[in-house]
Design a protein around this ligand. Structure first.
Ligand code: AMP
Length: 512
């Protein structure tokens, strides 16, 4: 027998098995009226009301529904409701600039746009058939509790469930097409490897737009986990929520855990969650000092995964295995600093040029409306990660270098080319190269190396302000260094590895 694997399975099981259980505790501090505590029965009922509302608007199967929002119960329910009834959800990074929002809305061909009140202004210029502000407008304008939704005519596990836009090496973001099957396999494999159960309470420290919150919203619903969205990353607030809700599971980039460690130093009394919390870290290589501090100062279990938006994301996992119990804290942190071994059903290898390649059921179907990029990424039957790495004798992958010039700052991807474009638009700039420089707080700090045009002058602050007007604030350089020249190859290409070398010499590898 073959039953299609779709996102609907997670919502249906949550309702059937855990209907009476509080499934979501909404974020209390948000501009849209918070939904409070929702049972999984209520989440499923609201999901059907969203689908019935889309039916009433005439939004057909396969049409795109875009949403721009901070973490909230409403964003979470959309992750279930939109794909489960045959439409495609496009969750967009709320930190982007108006031009970037417009590009994604247009490129994805979204017919519905849903937005957090905080980003309303930035979306004003976008032309779209239907738009609702999350909150009252969405509750009364979209949700239809008086009608049963039309079921998805022919549920297909290979249909696109979500399109997640990611900043790649080109200035234009690419839309990663995640199929229902990709999401299903990621969610169940992730749940198995992390031993997720209905005793868990999951705090969403990861932005849900980012790779659908790594697929953990699906794992959580299917297994009856209580979910607590959090709107902003603040170390002390994370600790308070861990205490308040009895949180046992979280995920995020290394920068999140550095913020928690800082807050823990000022925390009054024992840090909550000792020997209860497991964290999953990815997005950038965590420094081993962070790993040791998480385990010692917080008493939280440290797990690392490696993957990309293109891979749903789970590719490798490094859980503290039984053998690690014998290791000294230092050796244990070292062991845990590797990206990990392939998750069940995933195959990993390293190409001759040192690029990490992957095969598995979490690998994307392709990039939306971009056959060239899809063919390149999947060339030879392997997914090309763009990351450099090595695999040791035990099968453990270590990420050592990045083939592409994406900078990862505070867990978010920034295309250096895009930043260069914005800096270069200032008339005083003759040449610019943007690189990531190791930084305690951000992981990598966006740094611009600039050569000025003859007779021109501009200050660091002016140039940063100029850039911030053009691209999202987190992408703008935090530092500008003026140079006499920028070394280039014979064919005129900037040699970024040479520029980075000066900053990375004592780091051992070319990512922090
Ligand atoms: P994204 O598509 O935004 O999730 O970013 C994916 C990229 O993050 C990968 O290509 C890697 O460069 C980086 N990354 C993710 N996880 C890890 C990890 N555990 N160690 C090192 N880099 C990572």
């Amino acid at each position: 027998m073959r039953v299609p694997l779709t996102t609907r399975d997670f919502l249906d099981r949550a309702e059937l098995v855990y209907g009476d259980r509080i499934g979501i505790v909404d974020e209390p501090t948000q501009p849209a009226a918070p939904l409070g505590e929702l049972t999984y029965r209520e989440v499923a009922r609201r999901g059907r009301a969203i689908a019935a509302g889309l039916d009433a608007l005439g939004v057909g199967e396969g049409e795109r529904v875009a949403v721009v929002s901070h973490n909230s119960a409403r964003l979470l329910e959309l992750l279930y409701a939109v794909p489960s009834f045959g439409r495609v959800l496009v969750p967009i990074n709320f930190r982007l600039s108006p031009a970037e929002f417009a590009y994604i809305a247009e490129h994805s061909g979204a017919s519905v746009l849903l937005a957090d009140p905080e980003v309303e202004q930035q979306l004003a210029g976008i032309e779209v058939k239907h738009r609702f502000l999350l909150g009252e407008e969405y509750e009364s304008g979209l949700l239809r509790f008086d009608a049963e939704p039309r079921p998805w005519t022919e549920p297909d596990e290979d249909a696109t469930a979500t399109i997640n836009y990611t900043s790649g090496t080109t200035a234009r973001p690419k839309g990663v097409q995640m199929t229902h099957r990709n999401i299903w396999v990621n969610a169940t494999t992730f749940g198995m490897h992390m031993q997720v159960s209905d005793r868990d309470v999951y705090l969403h420290t990861l932005p849900m737009f980012h790779c659908n919150g790594w697929g953990l919203p699906y794992t959580s619903a299917g297994l009856g986990v209580r979910q607590v969205p959090i709107r902003k990353i603040d170390g002390a607030e994370i600790l308070r929520r861990v205490e308040q809700h009895g949180v046992t599971l979280m995920a995020g980039a290394p920068a999140v855990w550095n913020a928690v460690l800082d807050a823990a130093a000022d925390w009054d009394g024992p840090v909550p969650g000792r020997d209860q919390v497991r964290i999953v870290v990815a997005g950038a290589p965590p420094p081993s000092r962070t790993i040791a501090r998480v385990e010692e100062e917080l008493g939280w279990e440290f797990n690392q995964i490696y993957g990309l938006t293109e891979t749903a994301p789970l590719l490798t996992i490094n859980r503290p295995r039984a053998e690690y119990d014998q290791l000294s804290p230092e050796d244990r942190a070292k062991a845990l600093s590797r990206a990990g071994v392939p998750a069940l059903g995933t195959r990993m290898t390293v190409s001759e040029s040192g690029e990490v390649l992957a095969q598995g059921n979490t690998v994307l179907a392709g990039y939306w409306e971009n056959p060239g990029a899809s063919a390149e990424a999947l060339d030879g039957g392997w997914f090309h990660t763009g990351d450099g790495g090595t695999i040791d004798e035990g099968g453990y992958l270590t990420i050592s270098d990045r083939k592409k010039d994406v900078i990862i700052t505070g867990g978010e991807n920034v295309s250096s080319i895009e930043v260069e474009d914005a800096v270069f638009s200032h008339p005083a700039v003759a040449e610019v190269a943007v690189i990531g420089v190791p930084d305690e707080k951000w992981g990598e700090m966006v740094t611009a190396l600039v050569v000025l045009s003859e007779g021109q002058s501009v200050t660091e602050a002016e140039l940063i302000a100029h850039t911030r007007e053009r691209i999202a604030g987190y992408k703008a350089p935090k530092r500008v260094e003026f140079r006499e020249a920028i070394p280039r190859t014979a064919t005129g290409k900037i040699q970024k590895f040479k520029l980075r070398q000066a900053f990375w010499t004592d780091q051992g590898r070319q990512v922090n």
